[in-house]
Design a protein around this ligand. Structure first.
Ligand code: GDP
Ligand code: MG
Length: 337
């Protein structure tokens, strides 16, 4: 077995383990629906309830059910069990992430990491820094969350852990001044990726908008050849609140991607699907633990498989573990029992 395939298997196993609590939250009710004898109004109602309970959100749930109804009619499906695979495929189609979504990783880029307090911004920056560094990139961090000294110290700890440099000032410093310093350092040191940690507790929308706009202006003025990537971090365990935060932030600033954290906890998983589908902004990374390597690129295929496939059926588990994940196509009969 090649090292690459081994690595992929390990990756998928960790994702599945990380999502196990999340899975337990929905898998059973999801499975029970398909024990129905007929595809009738009751069946659709139960399905709707389960999807909403999994944090899929009303809009997304309706979209999925409408699609399913069309497919059931078109393919003249009579058995409820056959709908499992259809739904999984419908969800996967809605979540496809364009290949270009990660182009920024290979450009000279400034990544703004935004989001409310406590969602996992600083932690995710630490994890990203370690990944980029492992890819041979020159990485720099900027401690632009200057509200508390502890926030700056926390980022310093992560910079040590990841083995990358950090630009910081004292508590209370103007975040834009920190960004200015960091940009000068990035240019002088020929940095590939500059990760900017931002404060999550700005008092109001205007304040937030002004702060983010100011930082972006500094980049376009002082570092015009750098690409800007703005990633919002959302705590997966907060369900519909996370969706609301994403809406709020996207109303004041451009967002290029989403990091959903704490999917190893009691998150209901559907939130990743709802956010992507309703805001049309791709989920790019997911956090599945507190350790430095507990952040993965979001792969809708593995995610939906890890979440919804019937792992109680042994052959499914073996099939997935034994296959080269890369070769699994959405149409593969992974879910046949
Ligand atoms: P910030 O305020 O947005 O910068 O959030 P922090 O990075 O300080 O994280 C807040 C808490 O969430 C910390 O205790 C982190 O260890 C924890 N955390 C962050 N990401 C994850 C994750 O993916 N899984 C789990 N279980 N905890 C996480
Ligand atoms: Mg922080």
């Amino acid at each position: 077995m090649s090292e690459e395939i081994k690595e992929k298997k390990g990756f998928f196993k960790r994702l599945r383990e990380g999502l196990s609590k999340t899975r337990n939250n929905i898998a059973e009710s999801f499975s029970n629906i398909f024990k129905a004898n007929e595809i009738d109004d009751d069946f659709y109602e139960e399905l709707e309830e389960t999807l909403i309970m999994s944090d899929m959100g009303f809009e997304t749930t309706e979209k999925i059910i409408d699609d399913l109804k069309d497919k059931v009619k078109e393919l003249k499906i009579k058995e409820a069990e056959a709908c499992r695979e259809l739904i999984i495929n419908i969800i996967r189609d809605q979540m496809s992430v364009e290949d270009s979504a990660y182009d920024f990783e290979n450009k000279k880029t400034v990544i703004f990491v935004i989001g409310v307090n406590g969602v996992g911004k600083t932690t995710s920056i630490g994890k990203l820094a370690a990944q980029y560094k492992a890819q041979g990139k020159k990485v720099l961090m900027a401690a632009a969350d200057t509200f508390r000294a502890a926030a700056i110290d926390q980022l310093k700890t992560w910079s040590d852990r990841a083995g990358v440099e950090i630009i910081a000032q004292n508590e209370g410093a103007d975040p834009s001044a920190v960004v200015f310093d960091a940009v000068s350092a990035a240019k002088a040191r020929n940095t590939d990726i500059l990760l900017v940690d931002t404060a999550g507790r700005l008092h109001n929308k205007k304040n937030l908008m002004d702060e983010l706009a100011k930082m972006r202006r500094i980049i376009s003025k002082e570092y015009p050849d750098a690409n800007v990537e703005s990633l919002i971090v959302l705590d997966g365990t907060t369900g519909q609140n996370a969706l609301e935060q994403a809406r709020q932030f996207s109303s004041v600033t451009e967002i290029n991607g989403i990091i959903i954290t704490k999917l190893d906890g009691t998150a209901k998983g559907g939130i990743a699907i709802a956010i992507q589908s309703e805001l049309n902004v791709p989920v790019k990374y997911i956090g599945i633990g507190e350790k430095i390597d507990d952040l993965q690129k979001f792969d809708p295929n593995s995610y939906v498989t890890a979440l919804f496939a019937d792992f109680d059926v042994k052959s499914d588990i073996e099939m997935i573990i034994d296959s080269d994940i890369e070769k699994i196509q959405p149409d593969d009969d992974l879910f046949d029992v």
